[in-house]
Design a protein around this ligand. Structure first.
Ligand code: AMP
Length: 116
């Protein structure tokens, strides 16, 4: 059984973090240390530590993360100029929180690659 992170507490609203979106599969909230003017995290409600741990059962939640990213990008007004979606995996990928999350970053030119 994987160890819970702060993201589980945010999903259950046990700590004060305003949610931008929540449904039965995913939750979205602003990154606490934004790397761009728009920086949102979209996470599956189920604790999946890394991309290495996903299974076919998770495909609905993983797909929902993309459709919610599209919706939030529109709400942020960044869809036309563009944005980047990033999922880090393990140490070399720069993952710090071991509960899968997709970074939605935008609102300014991000350059050829962004280190999140
Ligand atoms: P990663 O390096 O891909 O694991 O990204 C983890 C992200 O989670 C970082 O961008 C952190 O700023 C962000 N983060 C950590 N704790 C919180 C929190 N309590 N609320 C919102 N974002 C957080």
């Amino acid at each position: 059984m994987a160890e819970e992170t702060i993201f589980s507490k945010i999903i259950r609203q046990e700590i004060d973090a305003p949610l931008l979106y929540q449904d039965e599969l995913v939750t979205a909230f602003r990154d606490i240390a934004p790397k761009a003017s728009s920086h949102i995290l979209i996470v599956p409600n189920k604790l999946i530590p890394t991309i290495n741990d996903v299974s076919a059962d998770d495909e609905a939640a993983l797909g929902r993360m993309i459709t919610v990213a599209k919706q939030l990008a529109k709400e942020e007004g960044i869809e036309k100029n563009g944005y980047r979606l990033i999922i880090n995996c393990n140490q070399h990928g720069g993952q710090e929180v071991y509960h899968i999350h997709m970074h939605l970053v935008g609102g300014e030119p991000l350059g050829p690659m962004l280190c999140i």
